[in-house]
Design a protein around this ligand. Structure first.
Ligand code: NAD
Ligand code: UGA
Length: 455
């Protein structure tokens, strides 16, 4: 039987659920979309002018859709939306388990299971349940088992439709995705979801696979991306000691069409809410199936990332401690154009510097300073303060670290900074965004990741 999706509910109004549903509502004005979340403050923010997620272009999409065919509601009011839905997306967090079997590596499916129970309780008629969250392979089995306990007369299909958007470019990625992936066992359900995306995604970009391939492809895609960053970061360390320049090496690598130019930017390490948790989930899956060598291979990608953060922090700490022990940290977000600092390299680097007894002056144009302070180690809480302006953060600094590639750091007023920073200050550029010639001309020496100290 041909199915059509005209009513969508999405559980989870986070970085994925909010923007994804907003773009579906924008591109499919005939579809009614309701986003449900347990976190009432977040729902209120989605219904306000100060959206909880900062993404270029998101405000405009929300302005066009909210109150038309998109609404955000608290979970306690969500039962009717699930009952009316032809399709329910599950877009909740799948963090690393902190206890029980697999703790420290395996994905915690507790939030997903709670959603499946909620859907089982409230769904009516036939409902397509869609995994939008990133799941371990075969998670759909767990969802199906829970749905089978549904007390009602509802029937279900389960699809895997993982999301590939990157933060900071979410709207662009959603509007022009490289591909949309739909994994499922029932062609009618797969077709119904494909028909929604077909309103703006070309047919050849809608990939159809089995359920398990779709689930695993998402984990594998993030692992491959993380592996590229760790690979170039491993090369960056070798560049610094040999006189090679990582940007030149990356350019050469990228012109090989088999390798391609993207994701070859040396850095202080990758961050974000997903690479680490998804890699660890993959490591756990390999271990679970007795695949020791593949597990060790993927683990090494994460280990290299930890090492890169540590060695950068240590270089800066050593320099700062030879002087007055004050460090300005520019950039707390895990990448530019987002207010998200989950697993940001800045967290580990700041904790490392604080443990070395260094005092920190922190600055970021988007990150909420109070929330960032809360994730730093408790016993160091007296060791840091926040500033909105770069010039204020740089007051008396012996080292200035650039940890996020915000555009503003490419065009800083080096002369002004040299007048406020301490004598003997050194810039540690962890994102290759600082022009060492311009900074050097103002008397500020620069150490760049993958290049070393400017001569
Ligand atoms: P998030 O933490 O920003 O949002 C998750 C939301 O789900 C929260 O607002 C939370 O309150 C809500 N929630 C949790 N349990 C709930 C329940 N039972 N009922 C109602 N609401 C509930 O997470 P996110 O960044 O949007 O990520 C969601 C999923 O998407 C994860 O699996 C992640 O791996 C995946 N993903 C994330 C990104 C990204 O860029 N952040 C990209 C692709 C995939
Ligand atoms: C990543 C993937 O790119 C998305 O496809 C995926 O959907 C998402 O994870 C997810 O599953 O959550 P995201 O984490 O938002 O997206 O951002 P990326 O652009 O991938 O950057 C991740 C980290 O790697 C950042 O800290 C970034 O600065 C770093 N990075 C990236 C580098 O250090 N060098 C690079 O060349 C690229």
């Amino acid at each position: 039987m041909k199915r059509r999706i005209l009513n969508i509910a999405c559980i989870g109004a986070g970085y994925v659920g909010g923007p994804t549903m907003a773009v579906i509502a924008d591109r499919c004005p005939h579809v009614s979309v309701t986003v449900i979340d347990l976190n009432e403050a977040r729902v209120a923010a989605w219904n306000s002018e100060a959206l909880p997620v900062y993404e270029p272009g998101l405000d405009e999409v929300i302005r066009r859709t909210r109150g038309r065919n998109l609404r955000f509601i608290p979970q306690r009011e969500g039962a009717a939306a699930v009952a009316a839905a032809d399709a329910v997306f599950i877009s909740v967090n799948t963090p690393t388990k902190t206890q029980g079997p697999g703790a420290g590596k395996a994905s915690d499916l507790g939030y997903v299971e709670a959603c499946a129970r909620y859907i089982a309780e409230h769904a009516q008629g036939h409902t397509i349940v869609i995994e939008k969250s990133t799941m371990p392979v075969r998670a759909a089995d767990t969802i199906k088992r829970i749905l089978a306990t549904s007390p009602g007369v509802g029937t279900f299909d389960v699809l895997s439709n993982p999301e590939f958007l990157a933060e900071g470019t979410a709207i662009r990625d959603l509007e022009k995705p490289d591909r949309v992936l739909i994994g499922g066992e029932t062609p009618a359900a797969v077709d119904a979801l494909a028909e929604v995306y077909a309103h703006w995604v070309p047919d050849q970009a809608i990939l159809r696979t089995g359920l398990w391939s779709a689930e695993l492809s998402k984990l594998a895609a993030n692992a491959f991306l993380a592996q590229r960053v760790s690979s170039i970061n491993a090369i960056s360390a070798l560049c610094e000691v040999t006189g090679a320049q990582v940007e030149e090496v990356a350019k050469v690598l990228g012109t090989d069409t088999r390798i391609g130019p993207k994701f070859l930017k040396a850095s202080v390490g990758y961050g974000g809410s997903c690479f680490k948790k998804d890699l660890l989930s993959l490591v756990y899956l390999c271990e679970f199936y007795g695949l020791t060598e593949p597990a060790a291979y993927w683990q090494s990608v994460q280990d290299l990332n930890e090492w890169q953060k540590r060695r950068f922090a240590q270089m800066a700490a050593t320099h700062a401690k030879k002087h007055g022990g004050v460090v300005a940290v520019l950039g707390l977000a895990f990448k530019k154009n987002t207010n998200d600092f989950r697993e940001s390299p800045a967290i580990d680097i700041c904790n490392h510097l604080l443990a070395e007894g260094v005092r920190l002056r922190l600055q970021d144009e988007r990150v909420d300073a109070k929330a960032f302070g809360e994730v730093l180690v408790d016993e160091y809480k007296a060791g840091f303060s926040f500033f909105r302006e770069v010039t204020e953060a740089a007051q008396g600094a012996d080292a200035i670290l650039v940890l996020t590639e915000w555009d503003q750091y490419t065009k800083l007023d080096w002369r002004k900074l040299s007048t406020v920073a301490a004598a003997g200050v050194m810039i540690f550029d962890g994102r290759t965004v600082v022009d060492p010639v311009a900074a050097g001309a103002a008397g500020l020496p620069v150490f760049t990741v993958g290049i070393g100290a400017a001569k």
